[in-house]
Design a protein around this ligand. Structure first.
Ligand code: AMP
Ligand code: GLY
Length: 424
């Protein structure tokens, strides 16, 4: 079977690497891809927002399944366009992708179906937003409604900071994402990511992970897309996972099906483990990045078969996903300046040496300048290793990081610290 993978980040490199291991795969194409993905896939110069061009390509190359990695094309309806053209898709249609695309959409769905989440108010004008603030204790969480590349959430410690965040959002500081906002109660607890595959009806758990969103060691500094992750996240015990599936994920999937807009693909639930149980912070309509890199390092089944079953609506007949009992840990190497303006063009060497130590180096923001690999984005590499425990996985990943020569890059040195401390 021929497959087209949409995206160009570390998540997509991990997906390409796993898809390439499927005995069902004939040709793998990737658009726009990156130099790492190019080792597994034929790179094609297609713009993910040109739906017609992608459909034409699928017809010309007999592509039967399109795997959509990032959220933007999902929210723009690439899935709908492909399905209408008779091409199978891994990833939800435009309306179900609103679970990620509109925070207000998700909060209202939770309210209607008694799904545990932080108490909230939606507002579409600065004035009503300001009034609503009075109903919340500090700190209070202010969120731009739409996609804001992980930057649309402000945790305000003071009323003045909350007012300022609202003003920025309504002045267009987050583009269209901030023309509506959600104000919500601050939840206390530890965050964990739970992944589930669903074909619209059947829900299959697909692993857990913990991300590290802040740029600096000790969880300091500004938020990023994620500086490192590990899987599994033992803090999400089997009991808590079952509860999160029962109280959060399954009612959501049911609600989307009942509304006539079934959700098909991977549903990523960002959870807060509060003293009252798991509470939904947010949904994503795709795999996490870098969580996907650790999930794929542990997944032992045929990814293509599972994605096809998801797309076909036959997940109920598929074998349950198998994961290695090992721990996987990934360290993101970013370009200096990230999450602000990253330095482009920094030379990268030593990937082979890192992989010779038993790690897998996924490319995120890389490009080739002639023969030289250079940085071309904020997050540049995801250096990933597995081990019998968290400490072994971490030591292997950092040994590989240290084998990489990327003078204009940096990484956190403490990925996995919570779990390392717990594991003793
Ligand atoms: P989101 O984009 O919704 O995941 O929010 C980004 C980050 O903000 C989350 O990963 C949390 O660390 C934090 N956050 C969001 N909502 C809340 C909340 N209600 N209480 C505490 N932290 C939150
Ligand atoms: N690593 C967080 C995300 O992918 O949204």
């Amino acid at each position: 079977m021929n497959v087209l993978l949409i995206g160009s980040g570390g998540r997509e490199h991990a997906l390409a690497w796993k898809l390439a291991q499927s005995p069902m795969l004939d040709r793998l194409f990737a658009a726009p891809g990156n130099p790492g993905i190019a080792e597994q896939a034929e790179i094609v110069a297609l713009d993910p927002s040109s739906h017609e061009a992608i459909i034409d390509f699928c017809r010309a190359e007999a592509v039967e399944l399109v795997v959509i990695g990032p959220e933007a094309p999902l929210v723009e309806g690439l899935g709908d366009a492909l399905r209408a053209a008779g091409v199978k898709v891994f990833g939800p249609n435009r309306i179900p992708a609103q679970l990620e695309g509109s925070k207000g959409f998700t909060k209202d769905l939770c309210a209607r179906h008694n799904i545990p989440t932080a108490r909230y108010v939606r507002a579409t004008s600065l004035e009503t937003a300001r009034e609503a603030l009075a109903d919340f204790d500090l700190p209070v969480v202010v969120k731009a409604d739409g996609l804001a590349a992980g930057k649309g959430v402000i945790i305000a410690e003071t009323a003045a900071a909350a007012q300022a965040a609202l003003a920025t959002m309504f002045e267009g500081g987050f583009g269209g994402a901030g023309t509506a906002v959600v104000i919500e109660e601050f939840l206390h607890g530890e965050e964990v990511s739970l992944f589930a595959l669903t074909d619209g009806t059947k829900v299959v758990p697909f692993g857990s992970a913990q991300d590290h969103k802040r740029v600096g060691d000790g969880d300091t500094g500004p938020n990023t897309g994620g500086m490192g992750a590990y899987s599994p996240a033992p803090i999400l015990t089997p009991e808590l996972e079952a509860r999160a599936l029962r109280e959060i994920v399954e009612p959501t999937v049911r609600a989307m099906a009942e509304a006539g807009t079934p959700y098909s693909g991977v549903l990523y639930a960002g959870l807060m483990l509060t003293s009252a149980g798991p509470s939904l912070i947010e949904y994503n309509a795709r795999f996490g990045d870098p969580e996907c890199q650790v999930l794929m390092s542990r997944f032992e089944g045929d990814l293509l078969a599972l994605m096809l079953a998801t797309a076909d609506g036959t997940l109920g007949d598929a074998a349950a996903p198998r994961f290695s009992a090992e721990v996987a840990l990934t360290v993101v190497m970013a370009a200096r300046g990230y999450p602000g303006t990253p330095e482009k063009g920094g030379r990268i060497a030593g990937i082979e040496a890192a992989e010779a130590l038993g790690a897998k180096v996924f490319h995120a923001g890389t490009a080739l300048e002639g023969e030289t690999l250079v940085a071309s984005g904020g997050r540049v590499l995801a250096v990933t290793a597995t081990g019998r425990g968290i400490a072994e996985a971490r030591d292997k990943a950092y040994a590989a990081v240290d084998a990489i020569d990327f003078p204009s890059g940096f990484c956190r040195r403490d990925i996995g610290w919570r779990e390392v401390a717990r594991a003793g």
